[in-house]
Each structure stands twice: as C-alpha cells, then as structure tokens.
Design a protein around this ligand. Structure first.
Ligand code: ADP
Ligand code: ZN
Length: 519
C-alpha cells in the first residue's frame, strides 16, 4: 500500500495537502470516524479518496447526486484509480460486472446512491468483501432543518451497526452548529473527530452595486482594476453570454463565451485557453466552473443576481484561489428580482420547494441591500461569526449612508394600494412622479391622491426604495402577476406612521457619470 503523500503526488498530481486534509486522512487511516465541514471547492473529495486508496479494501462513497458521481468516477478512472458507480442509470449487465469486480477485490472506490446501498442485497454483498471506509457525502441531507432532507439518509446509521470496524467519514459544505449536531447524532458519529473549516476567503474583496449601465460599469471596473487579468463574467442566459463576450472583444479584450449550448469541442477549447493563457476573460453561465481549478483568477463579475447566497459564494469563490487579492463584483437591479422570482415560481417541484427558492433569493437580496460588512453577513449565513467588520468589502471601505425613508416608504406603499396592487414598480413610480405616460392616463391614475406626490426623488431613487421595501418584507413582487407589487401585513405600522424606516442612500454616481457630470 502506498502512503497518503505518495498517492497525493502520483495519483492526483498535487504536491501539498490543503488544510485540514492531512489530519482528516490520518484520522481515517487510524480507523476512526470523522465529520468534515468544508466550503465547496475546499477539497473534500481527497479526504476520503486517498485513505480509500491507502487502506486495504474498497471505499464506499454514498452520494445523492448522480451527475457528480459520474464526473468524479470519470476523473478517478482517468487518473488510473479503479472506481465505479452504481445507481439507477447503470444498466443491469454493467451493474453485475461492477459487483463482480467488487467481489474479486478489484475496486478501490465504489460510489452509490443511498437507496442502492440500503437494499438488503447490497448490504449483504458488502458484508462479504473488505471495505476500507464509508464516506457519506452531502451529510446535511440527514437534517430535517436543511434544504435537502432525504429520508434515505436517516437509515445510514445502520452502517455503524452492521460494519462496526469500518471507519466512516461524513462530509458537507453547509451545516450550522445545530445541523452538525444532528448529523453526528443521526449518523451515530458520536466518537467522530470534527473538522470545521472557515468559509472566509479574506483575499476576495466583495463589491455589490446597483445596475445602472451594466456594460459600462463592467468596462470601467476591468479597465481600472483588472486590466490584463484573468476573470470570469457570469450572466444568466446564453444569449447574454454571447452578446457580452462579443462586446468585450470589441472593447479589445480576449473574451470567450462558455455555456451548455455551445458544441463540446468549442467549450473544451475555451476552457483550455482560459487555463493556459494569461488575461483571458470567460463570459459564462453557471455551467462554467465545476471542477475548474485555476489559481490566478483575479476577478469574478456577476451581471445578473445569483439565485442564492450558496451560489454566490461558490461562484465568487473561483477568484483568488492563490491567496492573492481578487475582486468579486455583483451588479443587480429590481428586474433581476422579478426575473428570478418568476423562474422560481415556474420551477418544477412542490410548493415547499418553491417557497425555499424564494427564501434563498430573499437572503441573497438581503446581502445586496445591507449597510453593514458584507463578509460578516456572508459568513453568518454559513453560521460562522466574524468578530470585526472585515475592511475588505465595499460597505467597509465606503460605508453607505442612510436616510429617514419613512415618508417616502409611506407614499410608495399608499400608491401601490391606490393603484390596486396590480402594477409593477415602473408604473407605480410613474404615478408617484406625476408622469403623463399613456398607461397612467389610460388607467386614470392621474386622478389618484398619490399622483405626483413623489417628485422629490428620481426614478432610480424610487427603485432603490422599492427594492429595500421588498427585501425587508414590506412589499412583495408577485411573480404570477407579471411582477405586480403587493403589500404585506408587515407594512401596516409604517402606513399608520407608527414605525420609522432607515434606507440606504444610492451610492455616489459611478466614475463615468461623475466624469461626464463635470464636463
Ligand atoms: P469539494 O468537494 O470540497 O467541493 P473538491 O474535492 O471537488 O472540493 O476539490 C476542489 C478542487 O480542489 C478540485 O479541483 C481538486 O482537484 C482541488 N484540490 C483538492 N485538494 C487539493 C490539493 N491538496 N492541492 C491542489 N488541489 C487540490
Ligand atoms: Zn467588510
């Protein structure tokens, strides 16, 4: 049997372990259990792959994600590891071959979905062979409180009873203290050593700004701070990926599109150029990034709002893997909220699932609108506490100013009410600002008591008020009614004048508008 260090070098081609891989591996090599909490991209896989190779027998990996299983097994086989997976997508003849290989001691790693493992037949088969370890991936699925509860996972405690001498490792990227305790309890991991990594990426500077003229904002950002750097620009749709990449090329950058609709060879080519050449910008949908380990990505820019904080963290986390300073820029606007809300409303799945998607989106919006340190808020979302404001995010560096928005909020809420809670932000703002647009006149909204009572704020300022009231739960954007604004219970005290509300001021104009203003 080879040592963990030599497997790291010769099988995986890396020189050093990352923290805390070595300790986790030693724990399993000693035959003890481990519970590992590490952010996505932190390197969880090696924590069980290496001891599975270094110990006698086959390592059994339980994972709920069929697509990930397939990717991992392909990568392992390419590295010369004898790995296979068993799930519902594997035809019976092939499954038989895999089982035969297992029984002949010819497998190093076997991936399985939990329901497969729990079949009495499978458990009986595993009893007849030597198992080096059990790895339970996405272990938070055992928790009722999490997003991804899976009833199958509850039965995985049978592993401890049926295989008392086989070490087990449970891994997850999302678990607060309570979920961690629940994992340990439900999986019978009372004796397990806990390895809890920080989610903080101190070298990434987080910046989140309102969309004003997004292409121009992106261009100013790259020119001023990341000229000649490698970066990733994320967009929601394929067509926007293409048009943004074309436009960046026109501006003189090496920019390559990447999305699932491109032919495989072109995608591979763009990925290869991004990895090998300097100063390449990839414009991509979220399809790009899985399994990409380029250490010197200097910026990640989002031109559309990610649909959750998890997604934002994961995508921005592709910047600055080398530890050198990097920037994560996110541009967002009210239209993102409407669009993502619609996508969530139309998505498959149960009402409960859609409700969770809305909650995740709201949490993401909350991160956009806060006036305190972004990093503190981000980490607290992952149940981690950062004692002091970080000093390396936009709100730390240019603290946003606030103003007493009570009167403006009352005007807006009243206007939403008077127009019948059937219109989107643009129309409500038109009414407030006394527009004579066709739509305003057609509905007779120029006759309302709230017509023209909001000329003191610009349309952009009103949009900021709308966004903040949505984020704080006073207003809802009804995705089933074309983004109509609707009041919630929470707004009563505001409407009665019993509550004050502090709002975030729009930041000082972008560099460009400041420059053109001083002409
Ligand atoms: P996770 O499962 O925690 O999301 P992975 O196990 O997929 O993370 O690892 C993320 C990336 O980091 C992979 O590309 C992996 O090859 C790389 N990686 C993991 N450990 C090391 C290491 N010790 N040295 C260099 N790269 C590593
Ligand atoms: Zn900060």
């Amino acid at each position: 049997m080879s040592s963990p260090q030599s497997i790291l070098e010769h099988t995986f081609g890396y020189t050093r372990f990352r923290d805390p891989q070595r300790e986790v591996i030693d724990t399993l090599m000693d035959g003890q259990d481990a519970l590992v909490l590490m952010p996505t991209g932190g390197g969880k896989s090696l924590c069980y792959q290496i001891p599975a190779l270094a110990r006698e027998g086959c390592g059994v990996v339980i994972s709920p994600l069929i697509a990930l299983m397939q990717d991992q097994v392909e990568a392992l086989c390419a590295a010369g590891v004898r790995a296979a997976f068993l799930n519902s997508s594997v035809p019976p003849e092939q499954a038989q071959q895999i089982e035969a290989a297992l029984q002949a001691g010819e497998l190093d790693l076997l991936y399985m979905a939990p329901e497969r493992l729990l079949q009495p037949r499978t458990l009986a088969m595993l009893q007849r062979v030597q198992i080096s370890l059990f790895a339970i991936d996405e272990a938070h699925c055992v928790s009722h409180w999490g997003h991804d509860f899976r009833a199958d996972y509850l039965q995985l405690n049978c592993l401890h009873e049926q295989f008392p001498t086989v070490p087990r490792i449970a891994l997850t990227a999302t678990a607060d203290r309570r979920t961690r305790a629940e994992i340990a309890q439900r999986l019978d991991l009372a004796e397990a050593r806990h390895f809890v990594s920080s989610f903080d990426r101190p070298n990434i500077r987080y910046r989140i700004a309102q969309k004003d003229n997004p292409r121009r904002q992106l261009l100013d950002f790259i020119r001023a701070e990341h000229r000649d750097d490698s970066g990733i620009v994320y967009c929601l749709s394929r067509s926007k990926v293409e048009s943004t990449a074309d436009w960046l090329v026109q501006q003189g950058f090496t920019a390559l599109p990447y999305h699932a609709g491109l032919p495989a060879d072109l995608r591979a080519e763009h990925q290869r150029r991004f990895l090998r050449e300097d100063g390449v910008i990839v414009v991509a949908t979220i399809a790009f990034g899985m399994g990409i380990d380029k250490p010197d990505v200097r910026f990640v820019a989002h031109l559309d709002l990610p649909k959750s904080i998890e997604a934002y963290y994961q995508e921005t986390g592709r910047a600055g893997r080398d530890g050198e300073p990097a920037t994560a820029l996110l541009l967002y606007g009210l239209e993102d909220v409407v669009k993502l809300g619609q996508m969530a409303a139309n998505s498959d799945g149960s009402e409960e699932h859609r409700r969770q998607e809305r909650n995740r989106l709201n949490a993401m919006l909350g991160l956009c609108e806060i006036t305190s340190c972004r990093r503190q808020a981000l980490l607290s979302y992952f149940a981690e506490e950062l004692q002091e404001p970080c000093g390396n995010c936009d709100t730390c560096q240019e603290p946003p100013q606030t103003w007493d928005g009570s009167e403006a909020a009352t005007k807006l809420l009243s206007c939403v009410y008077r127009t019948g809670q059937r219109f989107g932000a643009a129309h409500v703002i038109d009414v407030l600002r006394g527009s004579t647009s066709e739509k305003v006149l057609k509905f007779g909204h120029d006759e309302l008591s709230t017509y023209g009572i909001g000329t003191e704020l610009s349309a952009a300022e009103w949009r900021a008020v709308v966004r903040q009231l949505v984020v704080r739960g006073y207003l809802e954007v009804n995705s089933e009614a074309f983004g109509a604004l609707q009041l919630t219970e929470a707004c009563r005290p505001l409407l009665r004048g019993e509550e004050k509300i502090e709002l975030r001021k729009l930041p000082t104009p972008t560099r460009r508008s400041a420059a053109s203003g001083s002409r």
